[in-house]
Every structure is written in C-alpha cells, then in structure tokens.
Design a binder for this molecule. Structure first.
Ligand SMILES: [Zn+2]
Length: 578
C-alpha cells in the first residue's frame, strides 16, 4: 500500500469552508428549501462527490472504497474515483481527499451530555484529557466561587478525579473546610457516584461519625474513625434537600440548557462524533437548539422518570422521532455503583477491605424485575447500568424474566457499562440478544485505577475481545462526564489496553483496529436499532463521516489518539473543520 502523504493545507484550500457549506447544516425547513433551490435538480447528479480517498466503509459487502457521492444528506454511491466522478454535475461540490482516511462518523452510546456544567460550573479537573491537578488548585477555585456566593448556599466543584491529583493523597473534609466553614461545599467526582463534603455540609445533613451507612451507599471514615468527607452512591441522598441553591427562572434555565447543548455539540463534532446517546436532558431545549441550526450531531434520546412515565402512558415507544432526535432506549436504570470510583458490586470483595467490601447494589431484584417488565410491555428498549458481575447477573435475570412474561422480537436489551463479565454472563447475553455499551476511553484514561481490581479481574473487564468472540454486538459508551468522550482515545484504549501511564491491563481482551472501528460506528447504530440508516458508508445511509489526517490501521497503535480530525460531516454538511 502506498503511504497516504497528504497535504492538509492543499486539501482545505481545494474544498474551502464554503465547499460543503457551513450554513444550513441542519434539517430545518430552510435547509430543505436551500437544498432544493441551490443544488442539483438532475437526479443523476450529486450534491457532493469525494474522491481519491482511503475510505473504510465499515460495510462488509464493500469494506474499502476510493470515493463516494452524497445527495440530499445521504450516500448516493460508494466505489471508485472514476465512477464517482460520473455523479458530478452543475452545482456539485467535489473534492480530492488526497488519500486521506475517511470513515463513518463515530457513535457514543452512553453520554451525560452536560454542556451547561462545562459552561457554568467550577471545573476542578480536565473534562477531555489526562491532566493532574493539585488539591491547592481545587481549594483556590472553590474559594473564589465561595467569595461570590452568599453563605448557606452550596459551593460545588465538578470533574474531580481522585487518581489525577499531584498530591498523591485523597481529598478530604479538612481540605474542603479550608474553602469555607460558612458554605456547604461539595466536590463531585467525575464518575458521578461519590462526592466529598466539608463539615458544614455534613452538619446540615445531620451526618456524624456514628451515622450508619444506608442501603446502596456509605459514609467513609479515616483511620481514627472520623468522617473523611467522602460519601458514596445513595448515601448522598441526605444532602439533596439541605442548604440553599441558586434559583433560576424558567427562562434562565432554558437559556443555560440551550447554550450548554450548543456548546457540547461543537465539542462532540470536534472529536468526530456524529451521533450521541444522551442520558436524559432537556428535550425542549434540544429541539430549540436544532431549530436554530446549532445541533451538529444526531441524538438518541434516553430517558427515565416522568418522561418515561409519559411515554408509557401515551404509547410512545423507542424509535419515535426522526434522524436527528429520536427516542432510544431508557436512560441507564442503575443497579450498582461505579467502576472508576470502586463501588461496583463484585462477587469477591475488593482487595484489602476490612470488613470485606463488595460494592453497592442500588436496586433490589424485585424492583428491577418490575421495572424491566413494565418497560418491555410498553415496547421501549430497556437499559440498565450494571458494572460488577453481581449487578450484570441481576440485570440479566430481570431481562430474561421480562422476555418470558412479555415475549418480543429484537428487543436488544441494553446493558450500560457491562464491565466485569464471565463466561456464564456472556452466554446469557448472547441468548437474549443483549447489547452492551462498555467503557472505551477508560482503557487509556483510567489505567491508574486498575490496580484496585487487579489483573485477574481486568482480564474480564471491558472485555471487547470476548464480546466479539461470543457474537455479541458491543458498542462504545464513554459515560462522559465520567470518561472523556474522544473516540480515537477509546479506539487506542481497546486496541492497546495500555494507558496514559504506560501500564497494560487485560491484554488478552485487545481487539483489532477494524473491530474497534465497528464498535464505534455500526455497533453503535445497532445499539439503538438504527443500523438500517447509519453506522457505515453505504448507499442510502445518512452521509455522516469523518476525515482523518492519518490512518489508524497504519500509524502506530499508541498514536491513534493523536490523529487529527480534519473534518466532521453530518448529513453531507461540514460541521467541524480543523
Ligand atoms: Zn452513565
């Protein structure tokens, strides 16, 4: 194969910002109008022809191609450069990709797309990349916030990662007392299952060193038996209704939601994501952002609570919506704790814990059974968060029971994370047609936490190799904010199983670059029953694709995450350009 020696400047020069068009990027009415008015009226002619590219289609009927044509936001033709040029007519945009690599847009099947936190809150860690911070920097940032906050009001910090701290020790209640003794202070671990509180917060919640743990959560102590400020999972419920919080008007809230979504959409396409499964969020704001042409990626909307109830009551099932915003599975119905924060439910206790700690189960089997049955009855794709082997077993039990009571075809019950498996769990998943969305970026980002589990467990964690071997279609679930969402970081992680710190864990579960691309494209589409119209570069499918400066197949596997995303295209329109 010849080396793709591209010249990016040349490529951009040829195509220019206006070539594919930075305007009318969304399916608002005006876009459709513009399409009809401005583009080709001859049905043989395309809106866009890309040629002289290294195209990985992720379509097994034609894995490689040189070129493709796009019309009306969909792929019209995929094949050779010569043939593709036949689709060029008056008004067709065309560009020579100069042998750059092109593949389908990436799909993230588990993401808490909290753009408003990124915009409006204090971030005490780096959301996107590995970065170490000092405890002093956390205290400083929160002090600055406290200085602007009336006493008794909460002061919160986000994106904390307990193993990305230069001080090499745990954050504790004394640190947070240095922020303020007048304000309740909370530092949220980016994993979402543990938080750190100051004395004022503990006091307001009525928690002292003698407070017993609650079902599904713990109040942690130091060696002397004093509270250390760390509280896990459901034990945090007692903090919800204490202290004061800024009250926003409906208008202010709406504005923040819209700005947050528009902001995070830009971040997604910057990293090559063209479809993201949103864990809940503000559906109204999402539609407004779309109407304004600011939604650059497609959304599989996953929900729970009131909205799920409304769906069940009113007969709205998974798949309702269109190609931009569509109801997918439920949002994650949580059965256990967290992998990164070491609270997931394990059959064998965590090493070195006394009394033996096996993690947190956050739901009874009975409740889980009833929930799964109800969702299945409503024709909605169920989705449970299960990390540990104990929780995955519980979730499969609930899914198996629901399928027996209410048999349905092709349910694809989803298991978010599905981290620690074994042969029996794999067999049951295959039999049920379950679709897991395990962590991908963790294999690079979180290797500093794997020693808590040890190599034996890591051999069975994020076990992509096993999923492929068992014929289970595993997708990618970054779980942002817990994990960074960069798909190329995830691909490098699952291909190498080597982290930022050089440690390799569970090398036996490595997959190939081709398999990792499937995980991040077609398997993601399958995860939400959308493989008929997205996830590969195939005639008739949505024209969502990314242009990369290098080929992950030929560059060193430890350099995949550094590959530059040159361009991201959704529905044939450029939504990001380097
Ligand atoms: Zn999650």
């Amino acid at each position: 194969m010849n080396t793709p020696h591209h010249n990016r400047r040349e490529f951009l020069g040829l195509t220019g910002a206006s070539a594919i068009g930075l305007v009318g990027r969304n399916l608002s009415g005006s876009y459709l109008f513009a399409e009809r008015e401005g583009a080709n009226l001859d049905p043989r002619h395309a809106d866009l022809v890309v040629f002289n590219a290294k195209v990985y289609t992720i379509d097994s009927s034609m894995p490689n191609a040189e070129a493709f044509a796009v019309r009306g936001g969909r792929f019209l033709f995929v094949g050779s450069t010569d043939e593709a040029k036949g689709f060029i007519g008056k008004g067709t945009q065309s560009f020579d990709a100069k042998q750059m690599t092109i593949m389908p847009g990436f799909i993230d099947c588990h993401n808490h797309a909290g753009g408003n936190v990124l915009l409006y809150e204090v971030l005490v860690g780096n959301p996107y990349e590995v970065e170490f911070v000092t405890i002093a920097s956390i205290i400083d940032k929160l002090r600055a916030k406290a200085a602007k906050t009336p006493s008794d009001f909460w002061v919160d910090g986000y994106f904390f990662d307990d193993t990305k701290v230069k001080d090499n020790r745990q954050l504790n209640v004394d640190d947070l007392d240095q922020v303020s003794k007048e304000h309740p202070v909370c530092v949220h671990h980016r994993g979402g299952h543990t938080s750190y509180y100051n004395s004022k917060a503990l006091q307001l919640a009525g928690v002292d060193k003698n407070t017993p743990n609650r079902m599904g959560g713990t109040y942690d102590h130091d060696r002397n038996g004093e509270l250390n400020g760390r509280v896990t999972d459901r034990a945090r419920d007692v903090f919800h209704n204490v202290g004061k919080r800024e009250i926003l008007t409906a208008e202010q809230k709406g504005l923040r939601e819209r700005e947050g979504l528009a902001y995070i959409s830009k971040q997604f396409v910057r990293y090559g994501l063209t479809s993201v499964h949103h864990e809940e969020g503000d559906l109204f704001a999402l539609q407004q952002v779309r109407a304004r042409g600011q939604l650059l990626h497609r959304v599989s909307f996953e929900t729970n609570g009131d909205m799920l109830e409304a769906m069940i009551k009113n007969g709205i099932s998974s798949g309702f919506g269109d190609e931009w915003i569509r109801f997918g599975a439920t949002s994650e119905h949580t059965a256990d704790g967290s992998f990164s924060e070491r609270t997931m439910a394990l059959s064998q206790p965590y090493a070195g814990t006394n009394p033996p700690y096996r993690g947190n189960i956050t739901e009874t089997q009975q409740d889980l059974d009833a929930w799964a049955e109800r969702v299945q009855r409503a024709g909605i794709q169920p989705n449970c968060h299960a990390n540990g082997d104990v929780a995955i077993d519980m979730v499969l039990t609930a899914y198996e029971r629901a399928q027996q009571k209410v048999p349905r075809r092709d349910v694809r019950p989803k298991i978010t994370h599905c981290t620690l498996v074994n042969d029996d769990l794999l067999r049951r998943m295959k039999a049920l047609g379950a679709v897991p969305a395990p962590f991908t970026t963790y294999a690079y980002y979180n290797t500093d936490k794997f020693h808590f589990y040890g190599e034996e467990r890591m051999k069975w964690s994020m076990a992509y190799r096993s999923f492929f071997d068992a014929g289970i279609k595993a997708a990618a679930g970054s779980d942002f904010s817990p994990g960074p969402f960069a798909p190329l970081m995830g691909i490098q992680g699952v291909v190498t199983r080597t982290g930022w710190n050089g440690e390799t864990w569970g090398a036996n579960r490595r997959i190939t670059v081709d398999e990792a691309l499937q995980v991040n494209t077609i398997n993601g589409a399958y995860n939400s029953h959308e493989e008929a119209f997205k996830g590969s570069i195939t005639p008739g499918k949505l024209a969502d694709f990314v242009v990369l400066a290098d080929d992950p197949h030929t560059i060193g596997p430890d350099k995949i995450r550094d590959i530059e995303i040159v361009r991201t295209v959704t529905a044939g329109s450029t939504v990001y350009q380097k």
